[in-house]
Design a protein around this ligand. Sequence first.
Ligand code: SAH
Length: 215
Amino acid sequence: MDKDALRTLMVDEQLHRRGIKNKKILDAFATVPRHRFIPQASQNSAYADHPVAIGENQTISQPYIVALMLEYLEIIPKDRILEIGTGSGYQTALLEILSHQVYTIERIPILAKRAESFLQELNTSSIFFRTGDGTLGWPEYAPFDKIIVSAATREIPLPLIEQLGEDGRMVLPLGDSFSQMLTLVEKKRGSIETTDICGCVFVPLVGGFGLMQPS
Ligand code: SAH
């Protein structure tokens, strides 16, 4: 089966049938060529229903989990979004379609560079890249309407709480290295409310407010 057919099948079987309803999100998944964000060695699994290795011991998340995170963010076209963990840049490309601007931070320089050059090849124009510790956020551009964190930590990093705008929404996995709860964080009148979404397993967030400190 060719990649376009595999992608159509992924949207139908893994997302739509499991309850992802938002048409803009489904259309974004149908548009972004997921296989092109995945190294040659893992190409056969590009549209599979599980995470896939992207090098440097990191993974691109399972499509359904990415879709769920995007649904809970309730993105609208004028949103400015902070993404922690650029990884392959796949989710960054989806965010770019759905929002006004994406500020994305990756700590591993080789992944950051690869994602940036590939996203530029795809002619994206409203993504801002930074290499460094995303647990510190990006204060120069705060507040953000939405924040999405693609790596796990025990507690919500304080700088991210501070940099989330009023009525903002953040989605992140909270827990230990082995299992986490995907969590929605909402800021209302300056205080934080959290809601459990579902169990999940992400790679650890490595940094000042992360699950692990850099070695
Ligand atoms: N959403 C990505 C998947 C990322 S995997 C995709 O679509 O491909 C999680 C990423 O978070 C890894 O690339 C890892 O290096 C990065 N990461 C871990 N800790 C980080 C930190 N403190 N700041 C920024 N990125 C971090």
